[in-house]
Design a protein around this ligand. Sequence first.
Ligand SMILES: [Zn+2]
Ligand SMILES: [Zn+2]
Length: 356
Amino acid sequence: MRSFKVVDFNAPLKEIEEPTPGPSGTQVLIRVKAAGVCHSDLHIWEGGYELGHGRKPLSLKDRGVSLPRTMGHETVGEIVAFGPDVKEADKGGLKKGDVVLAYPWLGCGKCPTCVGGDENMCAVKPNALGVFCDGGYADHMTVPHPKYLLDLKGLDPVTAAPYACSGVTTYSALKKVDKDLGTPIVIMGAGGLGLMALSLLKALGGKGAIVVDIDAKKREAAEKAGALATVDGKAPDALEQLAKKAGEPIRAVIDLVGNSQSSQLGFDCLTKGGKLVIVGLFGGGATFALPLIPIKAVTIQGSYVGNLRETQELLDLVRAKKVPPIPVTPMPLAKANDALVDLQKGKLVGRAVLTP
Ligand SMILES: [Zn+2]
Ligand SMILES: [Zn+2]
């Protein structure tokens, strides 16, 4: 098999040829058809997150990410073989040749959180595919158990790959404000996640969103994707613009950027009792005044990807509501490095998807 691996943080990915692994135990071997290039891959590649306030950056090495590592956690593949310990009942009706989405946010699989279905929140041993073990920047990949493979029947592999991360991330964030979806919500960030959030919001029957981004090209993309309105986050009157364009109190903000400026604006525009859901991992420190949290009785909630059940719900929603695909740029696997560099420079509109 051929893969593109991070061998040193921040260094170009290295192309590696090695024997294709036969699936062992309960593993399933898939032949990769599509692998989304996600913004969080940049953090893995760069080795960490900025935390602000002069703190030492959060190092992924300290969190157990070892190298070399094949990134890629938005992977669609065709089932090639099941391991010897996979029982018929484990397969959930899947068979060789089926095209599946690999749910990547695995944990230890044994702790109460994992057993309860929230492997993405496992605090014992995070095992995410493409982060802590090898992922989809390759022509083959193994997945530990067939239960993590979701049937993609009827969906296009290339545009469906991002549902494993940006899709379930935005879906899970929207679920956290579902009682407010009848009012205009604010979405910070019009990158891949922002566009995904807009289309899922519509599928969920939401009123719509005002989208904030500092990049005019991305605001334009958000308007085309059905935003109620857009606001330049750098405008000195951004807060007033948000209030005016919403036309009613803002009860929910989803911050897909997650830097000091976006969280501050998101916090400030909320009405009493509102909720700020922070998803983005851009980095930095929070700047809002603490007394305003109780005075405005706001809720600040973090949202990290989503669980297996939400991923299945999302695929069902996409099929039922015929959610239009977000714009993707298919690129050959050999261009994995260029895709990362383009993403780092902010040159991509929508998602780059590697197609081995
Ligand atoms: Zn991701
Ligand atoms: Zn666990």
